[in-house]
Design a protein around this ligand. Structure first.
Ligand code: HSE
Length: 436
């Protein structure tokens, strides 16, 4: 039976989950996969943490050179996160000819080319299923399941923290700050929640997923990004009234002329869209392939065992394949020639503004929309039916909510600027894209 030695760099949540899966399922993998996987080394400064988990003391190290030069180690699992020291450790492992498995989306999306070059030089494997959408096997689906298809679009809820926050805001009518505090107390959101709530985490993952889906490098800086910090419970409630659910979406589209659109932002989707029922900290990715049609993958995007599951699936894949597979596209630092990135994308828009309750206001707003060729599909004006307190808070103004037909981002921005400048408009409160 083939023996495979693994080193785990970092015994945090994911490292510990990976260790647990490997040790508890060792016999199962011997029987079902025909390989004996043992943890031969662990890089962990907190020795006691490793020992408490059941790691033999002689296998705990705080020296990366010792780990990557260990002849019993074939595969190095990097679950430290962030760019440094993870990058130096991964490169050290690849230079030593060890296959690397990483859950590190930031490192991978920023340095994919460099890491792959190092892996190819020593014929080492480089696997990253756990970097995107935790336990959901989206990377292998794109590489090994969808390869017959031209993928034209990918839409995902790929950040669990923000999905948890938005779900609770919608269900319980709570404000963003209140739910964020709960999410932090429950360990969903970090003490510094920026990476999740400002959409960086989703953008890292989208850069990787869109590169695989569209067979060209999709650099991080081409992704339009907006987070959820400005979302109010009022918008969620008005959206609900109009038949929509609000989600932080990661969207990738590629048309027949290789024009690529990549964006992460809050968006309304219709209640009957398959992604609308993805709630709490769950993740899902909705793909459209030209042959297969629609596909949706759903599951846990984070956590010790779900992410550990993705890592162990990579370990088994790497251990059972002799030729390692690299990116499905010519991985360079830049996108393929001919690929263009769209900045003025099209969408439908939800626009909420507060105006004086006076004759002629709507006519002026409609005039501005007409000037920019924006047509309105749905409309709510709150008059007598808003409660008194709310009316007083608005200083006697009334909220007006519009949904537009599909139109260009730039036209909407220009129209919104003009509407904000109208004397009768107190404020444009929110502009939210409507997808699907
Ligand atoms: N912080 C991420 C999320 C998990 O909330 O989905 C790991 O990517």
């Amino acid at each position: 039976m083939k023996s495979v030695g693994v080193a785990i760099l970092g015994l945090g949540v994911v490292g510990s989950g990976t260790y647990r899966i490997l040790t508890e399922h060792r016999e199962f993998y011997r029987r079902t996969q025909g390989i004996d996987i043992s943890v031969e080394s662990v890089l962990e400064i907190n020795r006691q943490r490793a020992i408490d988990l059941g790691v033999e003391e002689s296998k705990v190290s705080d020296n990366i050179a010792e780990v990557v030069s260990n002849p019993n180690v074939d595969i190095v699992v990097e679950v430290i996160g962030g760019v440094e020291p993870a990058k130096s450790f991964v490169l050290a492992a690849l230079h030593s000819g060890k296959t690397v498995i990483t859950s590190n989306k930031e490192l991978f999306c920023k340095y994919w080319f460099e890491l792959e070059k190092a892996a190819k030089r020593t014929h080492a494997g480089l696997y990253y299923e756990a970097s995107c959408v935790g336990g959901v096997p989206i990377i292998r689906t794109l590489i090994d399941g969808m390869q017959a298809n031209v993928v034209r679009s990918l839409t995902g809820i790929i950040n669990g923290t923000t999905n948890y926050i938005l779900t609770r805001m919608a269900r319980e009518g709570l404000g963003y700050a209140e739910v964020l505090k709960d999410a932090q107390a429950l360990g969903y959101a970090e003490k510094n929640p920026t990476a999740d709530v400002e959409g960086f985490d989703a953008a890292y993952k989208l850069s990787i997923l869109a590169s695989l889906a569209f067979h060209t490098k999709v650099p991080l800086d081409k992704i339009y990004r907006e987070g959820i910090t400005e979302i109010s419970r009022a918008d969620i409630a008005y959206g609900e009234e109009l038949g929509y659910v609000l989600k932080l979406l990661a969207i990738g589209k590629c048309d027949a002329e290789d024009k690529i659109e990549v964006r992460v932002h809050p968006a309304f989707i219709r209640k009957d869209h398959p992604l609308a029922s993805v709630n709490d900290s769950f993740n899902a990715v909705f793909l459209q392939g030209d042959s297969v049609g629609d596909i949706m993958l759903y599951g846990r995007g984070a956590g010790a065992l779900p992410t550990g599951s993705a890592i162990v699936s990579d370990i088994i894949y790497a251990a059972t394949h002799t030729d390692h597979k690299y990116a499905t596209f010519k991985n360079t630092q830049l996108p393929e020639k001919g690929v263009r990135f769209v900045t003025d994308f099209s969408s439908r828009y939800y626009i909420r503004f507060t105006a004086h309750d006076r004759a002629g206001v709507l006519a002026k707003v409609a005039g501005i929309f007409a000037k920019y060729n924006i047509s309105i599909v749905d409309f709510i004006q709150k008059g007598e039916d808003i409660d008194r307190t709310q009316k007083e808070d608005l200083g006697g103004n009334i909220p007006i909510i519009l949904i537009t037909h599909k139109t260009s981002e730039f036209s909407v921005r220009r129209a919104v600027e003009k509407i904000s400048a109208l004397e009768d408009v107190a404020q444009v409160n929110s502009v939210i894209r409507v997808e699907g």
